[in-house]
Write a protein that binds this ligand. Structure first.
Ligand SMILES: [Zn+2]
Length: 166
C-alpha cells in the first residue's frame, strides 16, 4: 500500500533522477519531495550529520563506501599499494563513525546510515523506499511510546540546581 497516489509517487521518483546525482543529493531530493523537512550538516551535533530530521529525532549519514569502510562492499576494496596505510586510515574512520553514533544515540537520536553503493541507479529506488519506511516506523514507534526525548532546554533545567557555594 502506498500513501501517495500513483501520479504523486511518479513525480517523487522522477525528482530523484537516474544518474549524475551525488549520493546525498539523491537522499535530500527524495525526502524533500515526500514532504520531509530537515537541516543539513548540523554543526552542533556529533559528527555533523548530513541530514537531520528533528521531528523524527533522526540523523542520516550518507557514507562513501571507501572512506567509511563499508563491510563486504566491492567499492570499499583497499588499494594494492600502501595497503597498511589505508587500512589504518579506514579503521580510524570506522571507529570515529561508531563513536559518533553512540554519542547521538545517548542523546536520544536515531541514526540511519545510507551507503553510496545503495544509491547506485539500480538500487536507489529500493533504498529510498526503505529509508522512507524506516522514518515512518520511527515516528510511529516514538509516538506509541509517548516518549519525549530531552530537548536542550530541558537538559539544562534537569541539571542539579544545588547552589554551588553551599
Ligand atoms: Zn558499499
Amino acid at each position: 500500500m502506498d500513501i501517495f497516489s500513483p501520479e504523486k509517487r511518479r513525480r517523487i521518483m522522477a525528482a530523484i533522477g537516474s544518474k549524475g546525482t551525488r549520493p546525498e543529493m539523491a537522499v535530500r531530493r527524495y525526502l524533500f519531495a515526500l514532504g520531509f523537512r530537515y537541516r543539513l550538516n548540523h554543526g552542533r551535533l556529533p559528527g555533523k550529520p548530513d541530514v537531520v530530521l528533528r521531528k523524527y529525532r533522526t540523523c542520516i549519514f550518507v557514507n562513501g563506501c571507501f572512506w567509511h569502510g563499508h563491510d563486504g562492499c566491492r567499492m570499499a576494496h583497499l588499494p594494492k599499494t600502501n595497503t597498511a596505510f589505508w587500512e589504518g586510515k579506514i579503521a580510524r574512520n570506522k571507529l570515529r563513525d561508531a563513536d559518533v553514533q553512540r554519542r547521538l544515540a545517548a542523546m536520544g537520536w536515531h541514526c540511519i546510515t545510507v551507503w553510496e553503493c545503495e544509491l547506485a541507479p539500480k538500487r536507489r529506488e529500493e533504498t529510498l523506499r526503505r529509508l522512507e519506511f524506516t522514518l515512518n516506523r520511527i515516528f510511529l514507534t516514538d509516538r506509541a511510546m509517548t516518549y519525549s526525548p530531552p530537548e536542550e532546554e530541558n537538559q539544562m533545567a534537569a541539571e542539579p540546581d544545588n547552589p554551588p557555594f553551599l
